[in-house]
Design a protein around this ligand. Structure first.
Ligand code: NDP
Length: 399
């Protein structure tokens, strides 16, 4: 069917690339382009021999002219941005200049400010419309599948959704006292920020980890979870008409929280540059360098993830509750693609999002969040490509 240019070759990209190669009827050709080309070449060597034609390239995605040159030379149908959120706008600029479809898994975040929001990317809407191309924002699990679950709930189960709780549980154990399951810099910036949730048209801010709840997750067991601000809350608050409250909870173990607190207390999570032996360094980037590489956690991580959405609202004038979720086993992911479940649950939806645009299933010009598209083909693809979903109509609720 077509060609994809994939930017980045880290934990998430590696899973998405495995899945593109499995889905060779859609992804006939892929180019893996990243800052460190040797990682792209290693992955190509592992995956070569199938039906998808794989090439590799070196690229600094912040270098827009170089990216434009690469896109013009390769002529992909889509650019899959699986690098870091810092590169989103540069890659969108290159897509605009070359009239190429774009997708990503995380919204833009300036490197020098720990703040993420959609305003920067939504500002491209008219220019993408005029260029006749699509930007699909946030096709990972959360954001990503959580938005598709919301569109599915709205289309098939509710006349009105009043309450949404997104529950992200990682019951996996990698055996390290402290490691992050995806890029440590992005992960720590996210969890050390203030919490925030949407209620009655307003955003309510909390201290980091201030709101704690317990929940008994299917196939994982009881876990403590904490209210975080998460990027899909911003778009879902806008795109679910009349929603009264949206919250996001993520589970953390005591060891993770204790180490994080300690690292914070000594200044290791700061993004303010400091002088060290005559050189400016950023403590959080230094910390990333000494922590285990998330891509190396695959063989060690055992247990399951369980991520989903609990909706409450009205159908035909009656109260209704609906829980839709996916359970994913870390070891099964490792057997299949050599990665742990967190990378898997992000990389599979990245491939599916790109497939939706490449096949023309989703064809709206402009810049859109994932819940703004028809959820049906995506929900089917989740079942087909490794993230089957389950549902319950009388789940335990979060108070
Ligand atoms: P990694 O750090 O493992 O990989 C990032 C990759 O991007 C690396 O290959 C890195 O290259 C490359 N890269 C970084 N900067 C540049 C640049 N300037 N130009 C070209 N390539 C660059 O991250 P993850 O795979 O864990 O995460 C990838 C993305 O997925 C992130 O945006 C993250 O926020 C998002 N994510 C989304 C989730 C969701 O559910 N929506 C969940 C988890 C992650 P190098 O090898 O040289 O470092």
């Amino acid at each position: 069917m077509g060609k994809a240019l994939i930017i980045g070759c880290g934990a998430v990209a590696s899973v998405a690339i495995h899945k593109c190669v499995q889905n060779h009827e859609v992804f006939e050709e892929i180019c893996i382009a990243s800052r460190t080309k040797s990682k792209c070449d290693e992955l190509k060597a592992k995956l070569d021999g199938g039906k998808t034609i794989i090439t590799t390239a070196q690229i600094d995605a912040m270098d827009v002219p170089a990216l434009i040159a690469l896109i013009n030379e390769y002529k992909p149908d889509i650019v899959m941005n699986l690098a870091l959120p810092y590169q989103d706008l540069a890659i969108m600029d290159a897509c605009l200049a070359t009239k190429t479809n774009y997708m990503d898994t995380a919204n833009y975040e300036p490197e020098d400010t720990a703040k993420f929001e959609y305003s920067w990317q939504w500002a491209y809407k008219e220019r993408f419309e005029e260029a006749g191309i699509t930007a699909l924002l946030g096709s990972g699990f959360d954001p990503g599948v959580t938005g598709v679950f919301s569109a599915h709930a709205l289309k098939h189960h509710f006349d009105e959704i009043e309450y949404l709780d997104i529950l992200d549980c990682n019951g996996g154990d990698h055996g390290y006292p402290f490691a992050t399951n995806f890029n440590p810099e992005i992960n720590i910036r996210e969890v050390s920020a203030n919490g925030r949730y949407f209620e009655n048209g307003q955003w309510i801010e909390t201290k980091p980890m201030e709101i704690k709840r317990g929940y008994n997750f299917e196939d994982v067991g009881p876990k403590d979870m904490y209210l975080l601000y998460h990027e899909e809350l911003e778009s879902l608050a806008k795109n679910i008409p009349g929603i009264k409250r949206i919250r996001f909870f993520m589970t953390f173990g005591q060891s993770y929280l204790m180490h994080l607190k300690c690292l914070e207390n000594v200044g290791m999570t700061s993004i303010e540059p400091i002088e060290f032996e005559g050189k400016k360094i950023i403590p959080l980037q230094f910390l990333k360098a000494v922590l285990p590489d998330p891509a190396s956690l695959g063989p060690r991580t055992k247990g399951k993830t369980n991520i989903g959405c609990i909706f409450r609202g009205k159908k035909d004038g009656k109260d209704k509750t609906y829980y839709v979720y996916n359970i994913c086993d870390h070891q099964e992911c490792y057997q299949e693609v050599g990665s742990q479940g967190v990378a898997y649950t992000t990389g599979v939806p990245a491939m599916i999002g790109a497939m939706m645009l490449m096949t023309g299933e989703w064809d709206k010009k402009g810049v859109y969040n994932i819940e703004e598209f028809n959820p049906d083909p995506y929900m089917d693809a989740l079942n087909k490509w490794g993230l089957p979903w389950k549902e319950s109509f009388s789940p335990e609720l979060v108070d």
